[in-house]
Design a protein around this ligand. Structure first.
Ligand code: RNT
Ligand code: ZN
Length: 418
């Protein structure tokens, strides 16, 4: 009965869209190719599996203490697979270095090796889930306020060694999965109060990056992520947006745009078309900043919609990698993955359904009322019927029916965790 409804609605939507020159079958195919990189750290509030794990630091914070977070690698893997079962399409998993399989041993950050990720690589293969990677500068006794930009040579060398090793791990992942592993480099380096040696720390960071990127790899791609400020580091961020755009443009590196890392009224969507001209590709961390980089669960709002529309309008679906980045510890964590992922995909559905040819022609002819009117009318076209069809085709719950399934997993599994 439900299936019947979805099919009926899709047929009507298909006709409606065809009238404005949009082929919904082609949109379904395009949507099928859009992979999200699911951030492993929503499952356990960015804790990771280091035996020596300390408290979360580096100016980021997961607030809330909803019961049932993943406590070990098995639980995290099970949770990710559960979440993925409610998300249509094939997706990737984005790991942080602290999520290595350390087998109960203390492995310091400058000692990490590909072997610590062998079980992840095997698991990814088994599940058909490709891996992405991140070095981890935070939550460590040597994190302090400065890592790769630290004037203390021994601390700086420690983090350079860590990041060099992480690239080697990413290379192994990429090789094993026959698809480049994208490695993100985000460090929290900054300062709480007025800083007078701003140039000096940036020189140090630039030099660290040059050393880290000295080896050319074939199976991994680097990206570098900027930020406005972190908690306790409010006045100065070494790796600012200008810094990394300059570095990326001159060293052919991808820049990571985290939607929570800009001034609240700045449009992240508008950055896509500029970056694409000067950097090879783009990595996204789709998040929802509420007043600041608060990492709320992504929803279908104007910011995410604009971002997806820009990717499609720039014809850049294969140049923009979409990762999620939020950590909400105040609600069911599996549900958080599902809501944020599906919201991003809903935005992408609408972006792909835009009557772009007609809109472009209006713009070229100076028919600006017509452009505005069609943009407004397209907002109420039956995109949701195409989205439901996409879920149906992919054998995942259509509409809100996943809520009960997430609740069931909570009752049977996560609520039993101590
Ligand atoms: C922090 C950055 C960074 C982290 C992850 C855990 O502000 O957004 O991407 O969220 O590395
Ligand atoms: Zn991020």
């Amino acid at each position: 009965m439900k299936e019947n409804l979805v099919l009926k609605a899709y047929e009507i939507a298909k006709e409606r869209y065809a009238a404005i020159g949009v082929d919904t079958d082609a949109v379904l195919n395009a949507l099928q190719k859009v992979q999200l990189s699911l951030h492993c750290w929503q499952a356990d509030d960015v804790t990771g599996f280091e035996v020596q794990a300390g408290a979360l630091s580096g100016g980021i914070q997961a607030t809330g203490n909803y019961p049932g977070k993943a406590r070990n690698i098995e639980e995290l893997r099970a949770d990710i697979l559960k979440a993925a079962s409610f998300i249509p399409g094939k997706h990737r998993l984005n790991l942080h270095e602290i999520y290595g399989d350390f087998q109960g041993k203390v492995v310091d950050r400058d000692q990490v090796e590909p072997a610590h990720f062998a079980s992840w690589i095997a698991w990814g293969k088994e599940q058909g889930m490709k891996l992405d990677f991140n070095s981890t500068s935070f939550s460590h006794p040597k994190s302090g306020n400065l890592t790769l930009a630290n004037p203390d040579k021994s601390i700086r060398d420690f983090w350079i060694e860590h990041t060099i090793r992480c690239r080697a791990i990413a290379e192994e992942m990429g090789k094993a999965q026959n698809d480049p592993c994208i490695m993100n480099l985000w460090i929290h380096d900054g300062s709480k109060d007025i800083t007078v040696n701003r140039l000096y720390y940036r020189e140090l960071l630039k030099d660290s990056l040059d050393r880290i990127f000295a080896i050319d790899y074939k199976h991994m791609k680097d990206c570098i992520e900027s930020k406005v400020f972190g908690i306790g580091l409010e006045s100065y961020t070494v790796g600012s947006n200008d810094f990394y755009i300059g570095y990326g443009a001159t060293h052919n590196k991808m820049v990571t745009l985290d939607t929570g890392h800009f001034h609240p009224t700045e449009s992240v969507a508008d950055k896509v078309s500029s970056l694409l001209l000067y950097t090879p590709e783009i990595m996204l961390h789709v998040s929802r900043p509420v007043r600041w980089d608060s990492d709320h669960v992504t929803i279908m709002n104007d910011d995410t919609l604009d971002l997806c529309k820009e990717i499609v309008r720039c014809n850049a679906l294969d140049k923009v990698h979409i990762g999620l980045d939020y950590f909400d510890a105040s609600i069911n964590r599996i549900g958080a993955y599902v809501v944020g992922s599906r919201a991003t995909q809903k935005c992408m559905t609408q972006a792909l359904l835009e009557p772009l040819a007609q809109l472009r022609s209006y713009e070229a002819n100076g028919q600006l009322f017509e452009r505005l009117a069609l943009l407004e009318e397209s907002k109420s076209l039956p995109w949701n019927a195409v989205w439901d069809m996409f879920c149906l085709k992919n054998n995942v719950p259509v509409g809100e029916t996943f809520i009960a399934e997430v609740e069931k997993y909570e009752a049977e599994v996560t609520s039993k965790r101590g």
